[in-house]
Design a protein around this ligand. Sequence first.
Ligand SMILES: [Fe+2]
Length: 321
Amino acid sequence: MPNTQTLEISALFSDSSGDYVRVCKHIVDVLNEESGFVALGYPAMAEQHQRAGRLTKFFNFANDVKLSMATTQYQPANRNRYRGYYPAPEIRGFSDKERLDIGPEPGLMAPNLEGSEILSESNPWPSTEPQAGWRLDSLQYFDDLREIAVALLDAIACGLNLERRDTDDLCRGRNGTLRLLNYLPQSPKNLYSNNVPEIVDKTNRWITGIEHVDTTTLTLLWQTYPGLQIKGRDDVWRDVVPPEGGLSIHCGDLFTKLTSGVINGSIHRVLGDGTHRTSVGMFLEPDWATVIRPPNVDEGLSYAEHLLGVFSTRKKQARRY
Ligand SMILES: [Fe+2]
């Protein structure tokens, strides 16, 4: 299987570089054909790489600490239903992972819609830190990666000659989600305990994250071990194998109409081979009231309406991955 391309994006952050437009057009060409790439050369890459590693120390906490931040679904005494900790299933299987979702701080005002209170939730935090400065690190990483995502969206607008106001609406607020993910190591005894893994490649890797398109504007992902794959326009899956500090970049479902199909929302999935893997994703999202045009929906609607619709569909479909 081929790998995604690696692009050096430092020109996007340097006023003096004459390379800005060339890099913008190259990003658009790669997204058009391959739907994603690995970015290197963003500001303070080495420090950000260290910081992302520190954030995943959260998963070293004892279960009772993590569960103190779990959503109501897993810990009925807690009030948070959206931001917070999502544990792995108690019966271990082949695709088990735990995660922590962190939103903007302070939380954003929720629009007046049924069920929308969850969108203005504040973040739960642990009473102690897994490492000194962890909470501040989390918020700093949120802000810094969000800025990189906005710079990438600006670059895509430039590369496509889009009106900046069309993309500005999608990113100029504060919304987003920082997601820490811990794909637990899988021992052969757990492998078939609650379902049969779907083996999909010659090296016997199996699906641990089913293919989907993110409900975002843009997604940036730091990761400690390969497994993420992105499907290009040619229907070929490409492995994402970032060098140290590299961030994989893929597009959310808002791109298809925005770019008249020049760039589609990236179809991606995660494969596993039993090895422990952690990742940290930054999902760049419009503020709740922003009117968006998702695929398969005829009229514009607010991002809050769109997301609440997605949540309700997922609840009905409740899936294993
Ligand atoms: Fe995703």
